[in-house]
Design a binder for this molecule. Structure first.
Ligand code: GLC
Length: 598
């Protein structure tokens, strides 16, 4: 009797020890990216969806006047559904003088006529919802347009608007008798962030254009108005918001403080020449985000994503909040953009580090996201190479987390050359004809390339707001639908694949990382195991994945999909390939399933 008790106790201890060992091995070799125990029905929509950024001026022009519009976007609902995206984020469509193409809002609850009217918007939401697509709005709280009635009234000191903006007296006057700004703060778009207003006899602050005065979030009425605006759109049925420029929301109260100069900077007008300790990332920002979160949570299942640029992980992660004080569902993960600016910075090792940086710093219970491009940076295919288009889509669509795709990146659109004369972007214009190309955001904002007809099928008007990329004859949606293999087809397949439970629930591990090779594995007990392999070098390689691996891998695997650059007869989807001699073309990505016996 005693003996059998002892044996039972011994077995229990053994089992417990084995369980503990397994858990600790798992957490040391894998990066937690998901909450495996989450029930599918409880999972918010944005965790299982791809987010697609639609830049409204450039999707489709149905009105037609050369600039895209809401009816145009609605007309693409089937395309978006077939693409497999679940959320469409619309860059600003509000009434605006368009000095910063909609990021300068003159009425937060009206649609700009260039995009259509409120009926067009309601129709868009209704049609998207019918097709199972969510609609997320851009929300620009940091600044309005100088044409907004709040600003006009603030200039005239009409209550309650007197303190709606950040006003300051001059520091003095210069030799010519002109007023001197209160401090050295700079605008993101170059030059002083202070603009003199003759009528009010004070300077006002603008982090961006002088026609985008900063709202004063220290004024409670401003915060209340912003809540009302969010409520207006939530009541209309939108599914969430992307918050613009959130790190710029507050400045220190003491407007006499100068920001420290970055040592060695030569251009005193360049935003990068100062260290922005008094004008970005102030702690007062978080309670404001919290108020928005609380408001959104009064509605079922709403998404809040935040535009935060920072090279400090701790700072970035603060925007998630924590389990008891949730803030944004996520701050955008721009690390793939910031850290991997060009091909020479992109290696298996640098990609592993960059991916790990987000996953390893993620607060408990929070969700990752991956961004390859947006309307503020060059297109990913131009930054790092066309040959990597499929591979990078495999990475962002198959890693744990939510991918964000900028329109056109599913077909591998490239930056378009825009002459100085055609340049529209204020950021480009401010740098002048000699330097605009380094700063203009126009090249990545050109019309979507739908087909090979005039203006790429974007419009029937006689011109377009930005030129269409001349490569549209061959690089377009219609051609990629017809082609046997294409970026678009790979993207669609990936969108289907990522819905499999293993991608939704499993952990990720990185078995082989070298200078050339990046791999990751998604595995969940009793599910098929997937291995994604990317060759980041600019030459074909034959790689031995059984060497230098941190995990035991089988001898062979089956190809699920491969980049379109690979036309080999030996690595076609469905084929078995040897993992000790895996051939990959330059920039190729390959998705494999592993045989169960290792
Ligand atoms: C954000 C937008 C950018 C805009 C700026 C000012 O960074 O993404 O396009 O110019 O805010 O609103």
């Amino acid at each position: 009797m005693k003996r059998s008790l002892l044996i039972t106790a011994f077995i229990v201890i053994l089992v417990l020890a084995a369980v503990t060992l397994t858990i600790s091995l798992t957490s040391s070799s894998e990066v937690m990216g998901t909450q495996a125990d989450e029930e599918a029905s409880d999972v918010p929509f944005w965790k299982t969806s791809i987010i697609y950024q639609a830049y409204p001026r450039s999707i489709s022009d149905e009105l037609p006047d050369g600039t895209g519009d809401l009816v145009g976007i609605t007309s693409k609902v089937d395309y978006l559904r077939d693409l497999g995206v679940g959320v469409v984020w619309l860059s600003p469509i509000y009434e605006s003088p368009m000095k910063d193409f909609g990021y300068d809002i003159s009425n937060y609850t009206a649609i700009d006529p260039i995009f259509g009217d409120m009926d067009d918007f309601d129709e868009l939401v209704a049609r998207f919802h019918e097709h199972g697509l969510k609609v997320v709005m851009d929300f620009v709280p940091n600044h309005s347009s100088d044409q907004h009635e709040w600003f006009q009234k603030s200039v005239r000191r009409e209550e309650p608007y007197t303190d709606y903006y950040v006003w300051a007296d001059p520091k003095g006057t210069d030799d010519d008798g002109s007023p001197i700004p209160p401090n050295n703060w700079l605008s993101v778009f170059r030059g002083s962030a202070w603009q003199w207003n003759e009528e009010r006899g004070q300077f006002f602050f603008h982090q961006f254009l002088a026609s985008q005065p900063d709202l004063n979030f220290r004024t409670p009425a401003v915060r209340e108005d912003m809540q009302k605006i969010l409520t207006f759109w939530l009541d209309k049925g939108v599914d969430g918001f992307r918050v613009d420029a959130i790190t710029f929301l507050f400045e220190v109260k003491d407007l006499t403080l100068n920001e420290p100069e970055v040592p060695g900077s030569e251009d005193p007008d360049d935003y990068a020449s100062l260290n922005h300790i008094y004008t970005t990332g102030l702690p007062e920002t978080f309670p404001v985000i919290r108020d928005w979160r609380v408001l959104l949570d009064q509605y079922p299942d709403k998404l809040l994503m935040l535009e935060v640029y920072s090279n400090n992980m701790e700072t970035l992660m603060k925007y998630y909040g924590n389990e008891t004080y949730p803030l944004g569902d996520f701050p955008f993960n721009f690390l793939l953009i910031d850290h991997l600016k060009n091909r020479s910075e992109l290696t298996g090792e640098s990609l592993r580090t960059t991916v790990g940086l987000w996953l390893d710093n993620l607060p408990k219970g929070k969700w990752p996201n991956w961004v390859l491009g947006n309307h503020d940076v060059g297109r990913v295919a131009s930054r790092v190479g066309e040959d990597l288009v499929d591979a990078l889509n495999m990475v962002i669509l198959l890693l744990p987390g939510t991918p964000v795709t900028y329109y056109g990146e599913e077909i591998g659109m490239l930056d378009t050359f825009i002459s100085w004369e055609d340049t529209q972007d204020p950021q480009g214009c401010h740098w002048g004809p000699d330097h605009y190309q380094e700063h203009s955001r126009d090249p990545a904002r050109t019309p979507m390339q739908w087909d090979e007809s005039k203006f790429a099928g974007f419009t029937t008007a006689n011109s377009t707001w930005l030129p269409v990329n001349p490569n549209y004859k061959t690089l377009n949606v219609a051609a990629q639908i017809l082609a046997q293999t294409s970026h678009l087809k790979i993207y669609r397949e990936l969108a289907v694949l990522r819905r499999e439970e293993v991608f939704m629930k499993s952990n990720v591990s990185f078995p082989v990382i070298t200078k050339d090779i990046f791999t990751f594995m998604r595995h969940l007990e009793s599910y098929e195991q997937y291995l994604v392999v990317v060759n980041l070098s600019q030459k074909p390689v034959e790689v031995n994945l059984l060497q230098n691996t941190t995990q035991e891998l089988p001898q062979k695997a089956n190809v699920v999909m491969r980049s379109i650059t690979d036309t080999s007869e030996n690595t076609k989807p469905g084929m078995e390939v040897p993992l000790d001699k895996l051939p990959l073309t330059a920039g190729e990505g390959m998705v494999l399933t592993l045989s169960s016996e290792v």
